[in-house]
Design a protein around this ligand. Structure first.
Ligand SMILES: [Zn+2]
Length: 402
């Protein structure tokens, strides 16, 4: 643990020195085998022989992109070369290595469209990265125990230690959302052989959606029942902080609320009005592309149309389903949603209503959803973006612009 913490501090130090000598963030560097210390690195874990390995959590040394920026800004220009030719040759070197550069404005936006520029993500394929991370998260949750705190520490601390583990997939999820309706683009200037923008491939978008829906799966979001015994109400003097789970159950740990928070996060990125509008445009330009209808029906099939025999999983599912419905309302009523998006979303809500009416499972909860759909259809203007899901605890380990 100490070695890993020191590796992180070493990486962070290089990052801050990078700012000091004039470099900005390159959030696409993780897609180029961690080509820059100017990205935000998520620790790289892997599973080997059924154990989580943390030995290579952070890279050491600067990356290929950093060598380019240092050379471009600080190298002595060979005496036989003109400055401009030298600088162009450095850019050509970056092109040869297919290095990407995407910074804050494109990577931080919640409706972001760049398929490669993300904060705290890993890997050249965001979807593959998420698949791996969900496996690691599952294993780490199953390993989680009282031994995750020191002897003599309050049990209340254990709940806070669990937060970054439970939400471990939050940044990689955000990264995957940007592949859906996403683009591969650069900040190119006019030169030879430029291809400054292309749409993320159909296969990449479909793979991204399929993994993304796992972040809305009750079995992925349910905290195992035996782990809940580790979280008693907070001790006197050890109250909840901004880094704790929030609760709808008073002093009691809110297991259903935790799934509500995580699913709300996924839905907020997936059903962003700009992403939905891009899907309409991409489909119009290329009929093989993923459509908004396909995305919405995939979402409903993997959430609202799912039932569990286990009442705990079913209650988690009910919370996810409620969030899905609220986010559909939000998209249909959003002031920034184009009318094609509203049309498809409203039509999805109507089909869902018909399905709920014809279905006999989960009677009480189904009636509530139908009531909410009726109210929304009568008075869409009264819809307020939902506030039921407990707010997600702070996650980014450093300030927003460090
Ligand atoms: Zn920084």
């Amino acid at each position: 643990m100490m070695e890993m913490a020191i590796a992180r501090i070493r990486q962070l130090s290089a990052h801050e020195v990078g700012h000091t000598i004039g470099f900005t963030h390159n959030f696409a560097a993780s897609s180029n085998e961690n080509a820059s210390v100017m990205d935000y690195p998520h620790p790289q874990f892997k599973i080997e022989n059924d154990e989580i390995v943390v030995a290579d959590a952070y890279s050491s040394g600067i990356g290929a992109w950093d060598k380019i920026t240092v050379k471009y800004s600080y190298a002595d220009i060979p005496s036989e070369m003109q400055e401009k030719d030298f600088l162009n040759s450095v850019i050509a070197e970056a092109d040869d290595q297919e290095l990407r550069f995407i910074t804050d404005s494109d990577a931080r936006a919640s409706g972001g469209a760049n398929a490669f520029g993300h904060l705290w993500d890993n890997g050249s394929s965001p979807a593959e990265g998420l698949k791996d991370l969900l496996e690691i998260r599952k294993k780490a949750i199953s390993n989680f125990s009282i031994d995750n705190i020191r002897t003599g520490e309050s049990y209340s601390t254990l709940e806070d230690v669990f937060v970054p583990l439970y939400f471990m997939h939050r940044y990689q999820t955000e990264a995957v959302s940007k592949v859906i309706g996403g683009l591969d683009y650069t900040y190119a200037v006019k030169r030879e052989q430029q291809n400054p923008v292309k749409t993320a491939s159909v296969q990449d978008q479909k793979d991204a959606l399929s993994v993304y829906l796992k972040t809305l799966d009750a079995e992925v979001l349910a905290i195992p029942k035996n782990k809940l015994e580790l979280f008693p109400p907070r001790a006197y003097g050890f109250g909840r902080s901004r880094e704790s789970f929030k609760s709808n159950t008073g002093v009691v740990f809110d297991a259903i609320g935790a799934a509500g928070t995580a699913s709300n996060l996924s839905l907020q990125y997936l059903l962003h009005p700009e992403r939905a509008a891009r899907l309409i445009q991409q489909k119009a330009l290329d009929n093989s592309q993923l459509s908004l209808d396909e995305l919405l029906s995939g979402l409903i099939n993997s959430t609202l149309k799912k039932t569990f025999k286990d009442p705990y999983l079913q209650q988690i599912q009910n919370t996810i389903n409620y969030n899905v419905l609220q986010h559909l309302f939000n998209l249909a009523a959003h002031k920034n949603a184009i009318h094609q998006v509203k049309a498809i979303t409203n039509s999805t809500i109507t089909s869902l209503e018909a399905w709920l009416e014809s279905n006999s499972n989960n009677e009480v909860f189904r009636s509530q959803l139908l009531l909410e759909i009726k109210q929304f259809k009568e008075h869409p203007e009264l819809f307020k973006p939902m506030v039921q899901a407990p707010k997600i605890p702070d996650g980014s380990p450093i300030g927003s612009f460090d």
